[in-house]
Write a protein that binds this ligand. Sequence first.
Ligand code: NAG
Ligand code: NAG
Ligand code: NAG
Ligand code: NAG
Ligand code: NAG
Ligand code: NAG
Ligand code: NAG
Ligand code: NAG
Ligand code: NAG
Ligand code: NAG
Ligand code: NAG
Ligand code: NAG
Length: 671
Amino acid sequence: MKAPWICYCFFLFLILNCHSTTAQPPFEANLSTTWTNTESLPLSVNFTDGSRVRAILLRGSFAFGFYCNGTCTSYLFSVFIVQTNSGSGIIASATGFPQVVWSANRDHPVSDGAILNLAATGELVLQDVDGSTVWTTNTTGKSVAGLNLTDDGNLVLFDINSTVVWQSFDYPTDCLVPGQRLFQGQQLIPSVSSTNWTGQKGLFSLQVTDKGLFAYVGSNPPQAYYGVFGNDTNKGRRYVRFLNGSLSLFILSAEPSDPDEVISIPQASSAQYMKLMPDGHLKVFEWQARWFVVADLLNDYLGECNYPLACGRNTLCSGNQIQQCSCPVSSSNGIDYFRAVNNRQPTLGCSEITPLTCNATQYQNVIELENVTYFNIVADMEKVDIETCKQACVNNCSCKAAIFQYGSNSSGGDCFLPLELFTLMNADPDVTHRNATTFIKVQNVGSYYYDYPYSKLSRAGVMLISISASVLFLLGVIGFLIYIICKRRWDDRMEEEPIVSDFGLSKLIDKNQTQVMTTMRGTPGYLAPEWLSSVITEKVDVYSFGIVLLEMLCGRKNFDRSQPEESQHLLSVLQKCWEQGMLLDMVDKYSVDMQTRGSEVVEMMKVASWCLQYDYTKRPSMSMVVKVLDGVMKVETSLDYNFTYPRQQNIAVEQDKDMTPLLASVLSGPR
Ligand SMILES: *[C@@H]1O[C@H](CO)[C@@H](O)[C@H](O)[C@H]1NC(C)=O
Ligand SMILES: *[C@@H]1O[C@H](CO)[C@@H](O)[C@H](O)[C@H]1NC(C)=O
Ligand SMILES: *[C@@H]1O[C@H](CO)[C@@H](O)[C@H](O)[C@H]1NC(C)=O
Ligand SMILES: *[C@@H]1O[C@H](CO)[C@@H](O)[C@H](O)[C@H]1NC(C)=O
Ligand SMILES: *[C@@H]1O[C@H](CO)[C@@H](O)[C@H](O)[C@H]1NC(C)=O
Ligand SMILES: *[C@@H]1O[C@H](CO)[C@@H](O)[C@H](O)[C@H]1NC(C)=O
Ligand SMILES: *[C@@H]1O[C@H](CO)[C@@H](O)[C@H](O)[C@H]1NC(C)=O
Ligand SMILES: *[C@@H]1O[C@H](CO)[C@@H](O)[C@H](O)[C@H]1NC(C)=O
Ligand SMILES: *[C@@H]1O[C@H](CO)[C@@H](O)[C@H](O)[C@H]1NC(C)=O
Ligand SMILES: *[C@@H]1O[C@H](CO)[C@@H](O)[C@H](O)[C@H]1NC(C)=O
Ligand SMILES: *[C@@H]1O[C@H](CO)[C@@H](O)[C@H](O)[C@H]1NC(C)=O
Ligand SMILES: *[C@@H]1O[C@H](CO)[C@@H](O)[C@H](O)[C@H]1NC(C)=O
């Protein structure tokens, strides 16, 4: 009950002071003053855009207090710009929407009823309704005598000598106001989005270093996308200052002498502020009966594509006027390595279809993009040739891309090896004067199938097949392969005396490698289909089976580096052969047996293709496969021939790296 009364007195005091002409400190708020975030704060205004302020003090067009927008379930304790009348009231609720230029708690907004307390200890403390301390100035014991909001929008705590003990200008968020300095060691960090006030983590920032003013993106390490260099000879603390008409760099020089460098801004006809936006732009806003953007300071002649996230991550940006975004594609093999995060919002970027993994570098490629460059090329290597640059990335597991920029003469060029890849830029060298080629490192699907570690799989939520199921699977595959190759032969010999074998589980396990290999090479034994059906249970991963079957038929590995680049992946070859109706071309050229039985092998390929359907619900069960091979069932006709999507489902069974050792390891393995 006491609080509102105290506040009221306090406000009368404030207001009186604002208009006083004496030289006395206008603000002698007794310590132990408390403000509660409710409508009872006298300067409460609702705006027509859905925002609301509950201001504690007005000073010119600046005010501090609580701010919210939208549902108003959470509030920022902040400094904002509003329109006021001569009677210290907030006006223009339909146009003069509050512009937050600083906030204490953007990562922890508070609820209705939260308390701001200028404590007896000298701290300014923000507590949420549950009593938790959300924010504090940490000024206990510093003889704080009161708080003030200066004419330029700085919230200060001062001591008995009117010396500033704490000020909001030392803790900038995403804005600078006229007169404000951004010192070396401080930074502007944008909010996550225009509706989420939380500060970004490791994305954009604006900082002053001893070299100048820089805008950075990323954290691994930060990559500058804008820089103004000053003369690095000053020993003092460097800063930039937002002045009327410029953002001025004081690196060597110190005020009042001229700045080292200036970035021009239209001169202010009324209130201005600048804000580092969630997309990395640094915009200057000005009040002209409503708020307008009057400058976009980091723009250059390269246009929007020169912003690191113009198109999101892993993308290619083209067009100067009309910006277009696309995912990088390989011109050599037609495999898609990237796909849009959201097809309807191309600026959200592209994601790797198969993530890069350092454990499978042997399955990595680079895709080459000519006339493609980057917003900034920080030479990791200078005066190297293009091949050296490319190889440097190939050999560094963390490298995501190699961006090579030709030098002006023939003595090589600059090579940049970013560890994090943002928007790449399509650049006509005649226009941009940047003659560059980019190599993006990509992971081939083969790695998923063979090398993806179990731990990763389970983390990805993929079901792991137990060891016994794996053994069953391997037995099933071998048995099945023998069966495929021998069945026709056996069918031919049906008139003769079929050697009905009593192959059992144990016997198969005891078979040694030579015998099985022999079996495969065309002097088969016989496996009873009933037995096979029982061994090849539903537990077997039909996709993996499809791969092994395909490898058998084609006489090569799923991923084969010895092949030309466009046919290193068996699945993309399969896809191409389907599209061109040339399945026969894939059949193992060294197997006379398979060559003479081409049409049957093609039938088998259809079976394999069925097993390799991207949509796992379209894949057959193992027993259906057996039925097809028995001629009881036909292969599904409406197959999807796009096999090179990522494999996300049923990545269940890990195999050795190629077909022949697979058999060897099976036979030596599960004893
Ligand atoms: C501060 O508190 C003291 C004692 O509680 C009181 O006498 C004084 O009037 C207060 N001053 C103001 C400005 O509220
Ligand atoms: C602002 O809107 C809220 C919700 O509609 C209402 O409770 C409150 O009284 C309004 N405040 C003012 C100052 O109009
Ligand atoms: C408040 O939210 C509305 C709706 O999201 C938005 O249009 C408006 O720009 C926001 N106001 C401010 C000052 O950010
Ligand atoms: C106050 O100190 C705490 C703990 O050291 C720190 O997390 C917080 O950022 C400080 N607050 C300010 C405004 O400096
Ligand atoms: C409070 O701010 C006003 C406006 O900037 C200024 O005139 C006054 O001297 C300040 N008071 C103190 C104690 O800093
Ligand atoms: C205020 O100034 C006086 C005289 O210069 C000094 O003795 C005293 O320590 C100062 N107080 C604080 C809190 O700085
Ligand atoms: C705002 O962004 C942060 C960080 O990305 C996130 O944790 C938080 O849930 C978001 N808040 C809302 C209301 O979406
Ligand atoms: C930097 O400042 C020093 C001292 O004024 C001057 O001699 C030097 O030429 C300047 N360098 C540049 C690059 O401006
Ligand atoms: C900025 O400078 C111009 C030109 O000197 C002047 O007309 C204008 O009033 C100044 N703006 C502010 C806000 O001081
Ligand atoms: C690589 O394998 C090691 C050990 O098998 C594992 O600890 C590590 O997390 C793997 N790294 C990646 C990137 O998969
Ligand atoms: C790269 O730019 C040059 C010069 O404009 C052009 O001749 C060449 O065809 C371009 N290459 C590609 C792949 O667009
Ligand atoms: C880029 O520079 C290299 C080396 O000077 C040259 O061979 C190549 O033709 C240039 N490409 C374009 C598109 O200018």
